[in-house]
Design a protein around this ligand. Structure first.
Ligand SMILES: [Zn+2]
Length: 295
């Protein structure tokens, strides 16, 4: 059998959020109020995904989901959440992690130790993507985009991305390079083999990247790729109906992002588009066969 790249979509807990997070069409005071105040029973429950990528040359984790301390007994525990997140973020996310679903628990179930991970990629520094980082802090490398890390100094991000979640974690910062990918024409070829690209899609945050996982073929008719959008979109309705999520930083950039995702989704070479929070998508494995190369 030929080689392939396998992407395991994992649910690393859930968040109970106002529907305006998903389909609010941009940041506004009204959306912010809804995101803070909507009663739990009127919220939507969204998964918080991480993606484990088995590449022939590297074992890679994309994002880390929630940490166990946020939900010690596997259920929504507001007091425990407030020990991890400041009150306003605890109110926005209302997170919980059923037993066995925190990232280190799911890795252990597959016989993987954190130190077996070659690379952990953080698509951006919002808590639903970063909170689990301490569970995998012994990975060989932890990477975040310089643009994301640097702009964490902005007040708007300090309110969204509590530093205590990742303080003291040895993160390497990488620089995007000019490329033909994404709305900013900036990406990072992770293994320098054209199979995994971190593609900057600003809007939700400045430095956020989506991940393109592909078979490394240069010719479009031979190419096959999957797109992991991170929070550039939440659900297909965002790009299908041109509705920007209601949580973000710059609505104009977010709209460029969902239009780019729409173009990618329409390509024959696209095997699937996966967001980090689509309630319709269950845990599954996506396989991208690699072309046979001469030894
Ligand atoms: Zn998110």
């Amino acid at each position: 059998m030929g080689k392939s790249i396998r992407i395991h979509l994992l649910h690393c807990g859930y968040m109970q959020v106002s529907e305006s997070v998903v389909l609010g069409d941009g940041r506004s005071l009204k959306n912010a109020a809804r995101q803070l105040m909507t009663k739990t029973e009127q919220r939507v429950t969204l998964p918080v995904c991480a993606f484990l990528i088995e590449h022939p040359d590297a074992l890679i984790l994309v994002d880390t989901g929630w940490c166990r301390d946020i939900s010690p007994k596997g259920v929504y525990d507001p007091a425990a959440v407030k020990k991890v997140l400041p009150a306003h973020l605890a109110a926005v996310y209302q997170p919980y992690v059923p037993e066995g679903m925190a990232i280190h628990e799911q890795l252990a179930a597959r016989g993987i130790r954190p130190e077996d991970l070659d690379i952990v990629l953080l698509t951006h520094l919002d808590p639903d993507h970063v909170a689990g980082i301490r569970h995998v802090k012994n990975a060989k490398r932890i990477l975040v985009a310089e643009d994301e890390y640097f702009w964490n100094c902005r007040f708007v991000y300090q309110a969204r991305q509590p530093k205590k979640l990742f303080e003291g974690i040895p993160m390497e910062r990488f620089w995007y390079r000019g490329s033909d990918m994404g709305t900013n024409r900036w990406s990072y070829d992770l293994l320098e083999d054209n199979t995994i690209h971190c593609v900057n899609i600003p809007g939700h945050t400045d430095g956020l990247f989506s991940v393109i996982v592909q078979n490394g073929e240069l010719l479009e008719h031979k190419r096959k790729f999957a797109l992991l959008t991170s929070d550039a979109a939440y659900v297909p309705k965002n790009w299908e109906e041109d509705i920007v999520p209601g949580l973000g930083f710059d609505v104009t950039l977010q709209r460029k992002g969902i239009r780019w995702i729409k173009e990618q989704a329409a390509m024959d070479s696209c095997v699937g588009v996966f967001t980090s929070h689509d309630p319709e998508v269950q845990p599954q494995t996506i396989e991208i066969p690699l072309p046979d190369r001469e030894p």
